[in-house]
Design a protein around this ligand. Sequence first.
Ligand code: MN
Length: 337
Amino acid sequence: MRNKELIKSLAEGLESLSGETVAILTHFGGDPDSIGASYVLGNILRSTWRVRTLFKVPSDPSSHCKAFMERLGFEESEDIEGADAYVVVDCGSPEQLNEYVSILESGRKVMVIDHHSTSLESFAGKAEIFCSDAYQSVCEIVFDLSQYLGRELNLREAEALFAGTYYDTVRFSVADQETMKKICHLISLGVNPRELLTELEIKMDISERIARLKSATRMNIYRIRDWLIVTSTLGSFQSSSARSLLGLGAHVAIVAGESENGTVVAFRAVKDFIEATGVNLGRDLAAKIGEEMGGHGGGHSSAAKAHCMERDVEKVLSRCVELIGEKLGMPAEKIKP
Ligand SMILES: [Mn+2]
């Protein structure tokens, strides 16, 4: 167990919710870590403390997440009205709750379970925070919680925690020995990695494939020193396409599209870029562009999203590229197609 004190206080915190109705929320869009952890946490709350649970992914789950939820038989609730308390999972800042940020003003109890140290500061005074960046995923925190409670996991729960840990450790490439010991335990419960991951990864529908390919054909390429920044425009699947542009060789990918009331922008960057430049996409780009253009934004260092009131998508994109240039102390040079 990585941090027994944390797990003990988490167990006590959750026990205080006994008999209540609790809504579990992830960061916007969700990811396998937040969804896997929410699934198992919900099961623990119901079976251990007779809690009635609701579940919601702010701004809708991505298609990758939907495939995962289908596998688990895990569904979102119609709405989360009627919750006595909220448990927020894997969410580094209030902004990442998007349309549900108002729960922090609801006067009801909010608990945050996270492994991003940013949440300690950003949720301070607004929620009870259970956070340690010693953990490589929230799924690992939930694993330790179930061990602490002496509650064995069933196969679906083991799969949920396996997948969350797998993706949050970048397919185990940054996993340490403690994480891998826990993974071995999950395997011993019957998880079949090949079968599970194949099911999760082939489910990309045709419209998402077309969107990704379109984003590549509409791409603008910029260079700052040896960093390549690409921008593109798409009406949907902005995040998925930004991720796919990294696969083509970009260090940073920014994909924007019109939304109901302005422009939505997705940001992705490779780890090398984040580590070498110290640029944090959530803080330095998404939050900033959101603020400048009458909207909001946030996210992680290497993945972020912003919503702007500005309707001119090209204008938003060129300001994003400008912001990276300002951050790196050198304007971006556009590479001719
Ligand atoms: Mn996570």
